[in-house]
Design a protein around this ligand. Structure first.
Ligand code: DX5
Ligand code: ZN
Length: 223
């Protein structure tokens, strides 16, 4: 699939979200952070908002569910029209069943790991997933500093996918910027969420292009 850039609207202007997503026509997906004030100490969007964003955006919606009881609520986001739905493994009682349900409903199924959650216990689940999201900050807020301690996990995840011959996408989220994206790409990530880096830029779409160029250059070097 190659490099994909997925801007998060968490740091966009919430009063003008339709206009904000129109500022990033070069993005591959629009990343929507769903937070419930329980799994993380912040409250954002629900399925109705995702449905509105699906209508407003020309790009598909990548819903990142930072909610407890993901088993029960993930389906609402597929029904809302999200093209990809990510649940946190820490919040899923039955991740295999949940991933299968999301796929069966017609969306891409993705599983996220917080910084302290290892990937190795989930090696046998990888074939059930379209994407793995490695958080590179503690989830909950935009604008935090990138955690380099997550880089070995990105490498391990990519190695496990290669070992099993999987083409699972590997997404990173948190503190991704022009400063840090190369480290993530070098470690094996191919889908990059960037919130504050994109929406604090004067020209968000130019920032999407600049991030893409940096990540793609890493791939060229390693050939
Ligand atoms: C954090 C969210 C991220 C956040 C990223 O919990 O999952 O998607 O918006 O924002 P930045 O890129 O500013 O770290
Ligand atoms: Zn996110």
């Amino acid at each position: 699939m190659g490099i994909q850039i997925t801007p998060s609207i968490l740091n966009a202007d919430f009063a003008n979200l339709g206009a904000e997503v129109a500022r990033i026509p070069g993005a591959d997906w629009v990343h929507v952070d769903v937070m419930d004030n329980h799994f993380v100490p912040n409250l954002t969007f629900g399925p109705t908002m995702v449905e509105a964003l699906v209508r407003a955006s020309e790009r598909p919606i990548d819903a990142h569910l930072m909610i407890t009881d993901a088993d029960r609520h993930a389906a609402e986001y597929v029904e809302a029209g999200a093209g990809s739905v990510t649940f946190h493994v820490e919040a899923a009682a039955a991740p295999v069943r949940l991933a299968r349900e999301i796929r069966k409903q017609g969306a891409r199924a993705s599983m996220a790991l917080k910084p302290a959650t290892p990937i190795e216990p989930y090696e046998d689940l990888l074939a059930e997933l379209d994407m793995v999201l490695i958080m590179t900050v503690e989830p909950g807020f935009g604008g935090q500093s990138f955690l380099d301690l997550c880089l070995p996990k990105i490498r391990t995840a990519r190695a496990l996918m290669d070992k099993h011959g999987l083409e699972t996408w590997l997404q990173v989220d948190g503190g991704v910027s022009l400063e840090t994206i190369e480290r993530c790409a070098e470690a094996g990530a191919d889908v990059f969420v960037a919130g504050s880096a994109v929406f604090s830029a004067d020209d968000p779409d130019a920032m999407v292009a600049a991030l893409r160029a940096k990540a793609e250059a890493v791939g060229t070097q390693s050939l």
